[in-house]
Design a protein. Structure first.
Length: 93
């Protein structure tokens, strides 16, 4: 599966399945938007740095996806960074 230059938002990507999806999508060429709760920020930043160190592109955004305002801000940040969204993965929970 090639995801060259696709923009992927992955909710719940600080650990576990979400982080694994983020790593895999990045290896396949996607630019990654990592999203998780404030309490997961250290893990979120760790995954982002790992992706970047391996030559990928990633940003980490703290957002509670039950908060509509934060979801809108997350989308705005993604659009400012990359101009579009191609993939949304909800791995929260």
């Amino acid at each position: 599966m090639k995801l060259d230059r696709q923009i992927a938002i992955i909710i719940g990507s600080a650990r576990g399945i979400g982080a694994a999806i983020a790593r895999t999508f990045s290896q396949e060429g996607a630019n990654i938007v990592l999203v998780d709760l404030e309490k997961m920020k250290p893990h979120l930043d760790e995954v982002a740095q790992e992706i970047i160190q391996k030559g990928g592109k990633a940003i980490a955004i703290v957002a509670d996806c039950t908060d509509e305002r934060r979801v809108n801000e997350m989308v705005d940040e993604t659009m400012q960074q990359w101009g579009r969204i191609d993939i949304l993965v909800n791995s929260a929970g």
